[in-house]
Design a protein around this ligand. Structure first.
Ligand code: GDP
Length: 359
């Protein structure tokens, strides 16, 4: 699926850079344009991408410091410049636009939903959000920001693909030190999904097409992507179980939004050497997926690659239930309530001080 990627904020820019790099390193050609937008000049300087600095008037290149209302405001103020830069990078071949952002921060959290809304008014191709949820151990400001941002992003975007920052982190890897590794995994998995519709050396009718990705995401809401890979035999007949067990692993322990148990639509892409992909395995994996995620609408297709391993990539659109998402939303609501109580407390003590001062 030929896509234009717009990274907003620090995480958005870094993930966009990793995705663009993965795509060009592998010669897929699915990323047809990219841009990073930020209010922090220093975050932009380190990126191998074209960039737009926003909020020059309000924050002078210093960032919005986790204030996502300010993030939305600076995006709004400089929207014409951002749209102009995107226009120059969106050619007629583009099939989708992805706005990529960490939802817990300030610039990406506030700016991404606003940018998506503006892009929707201009482009006929789908505009998707690729949102990164803060990990469980991140502070309450991140949770509150992400809760607010997510709500708006879901409303504005054609679909919002969520990646939980805990999901693809290896055990023992701290979040900070692990960003690079996590970004690499996001790049590989989302990059494969985008490339799947571009199958370079693909022949045969079962090769997956961009329209299957778009149809899986049609209907909006939250989407999640799962991935797992395993060693495979060169003989397809030997790989029935490899395909089914890899698909099961992708869903049960490899999803970007863990514990997703039901969704409206699914897409199973099996990547590997065409003569090693077991048709029987793919059929079984698809019907297992229908039962597992509680839907009758599961598409399937191959992604021919010169790889000895087989990989299963599972895209779920219209996520109806995910324990992790429910848990996150509950934490975000709780954190918002606590923040409000703190503010009221501050107001009260301020008033008390004033009263004390008066008496
Ligand atoms: P912004 O620059 O104001 O938009 O803020 P950030 O992009 O730094 O957003 C903070 C959130 O993004 C937090 O939840 C961080 O855990 C996450 N984050 C920051 N940098 C990265 C990164 O490089 N990769 C990933 N996956 N998450 C990141």
């Amino acid at each position: 699926m030929k896509s234009v990627l717009i990274g907003v904020g620090q995480a958005g820019g870094k993930v966009t850079a990793a995705l663009s790099d993965f795509d060009s390193r592998n010669g897929f050609g699915a990323v047809v344009g990219s841009l990073a937008v930020n209010s922090a000049r220093s975050d932009l300087q380190s990126l191998p991408l074209d960039t737009v600095l926003i909020g020059g008037v309000d924050v002078s290149g210093h960032g919005v410091g986790g204030d996502n209302e300010l993030g939305a405001q600076v995006m709004q103020e400089d929207i014409q410049e951002v749209l102009g830069a995107i226009d120059g990078r969106t050619t007629a071949e583009a099939e989708a636009i992805f706005v990529v952002a960490g939802l817990g921060g300030g610039t990406g959290s506030g700016g991404a939903p606003y940018l998506v809304r503006e892009l929707q008014q201009i482009y006929d191709i789908p505009v998707y959000g690729l949102g990164i949820l803060p990990g469980r151990d991140e502070g309450s400001l991140y949770q509150v920001n992400a809760g607010r941002s997510l709500k708006t992003l879901i409303r504005e975007a054609d679909a919002t693909l969520l990646v939980d920052n805990d999901a693809w982190r290896s055990s023992g890897e701290s979040l900070e030190s692990g960003y690079e590794a996590i970004n690499e995994r996001i790049a590989q998995r989302v990059g494969l999904l985008l490339a799947a519709g571009e199958a370079v050396n693909g022949v045969g009718e079962s090769v997956v097409d961009s329209s299957e990705v778009i149809n899986t995401l049609r209907g909006g809401g939250v989407a999640t992507l799962g991935y797992a890979a395993a060693e495979a035999s060169s003989d397809a007949a030997m790989n029935v179980n490899v395909v089914t067990s890899t698909t099961r692993r992708a869903v049960r322990s490899g999803m970007s939004l863990p514990d997703t148990t039901s969704a409206e639509r699914g897409l199973l892409v099996v990547a590997g050497r065409p003569d090693s992909i077991s048709r029987k395995g793919v059929e079984r994996a698809r019907s297992w997926l229908e039962t597992e995620i509680d839907t009758m609408e599961v598409r399937g297709g191959d992604f021919p690659m010169r790889e000895d391993r087989l990989a299963a990539l599972v895209l779920l659109g219209g996520v109806a239930h995910s324990d992790r998402l429910e848990g996150f939303l509950e934490r975000a609501r709780q954190a918002a309530r606590e923040e409000k109580e703190r503010e009221q407390e501050d107001d009260r003590s301020l008033t008390d001080d004033r009263i004390d001062g008066l008496l």
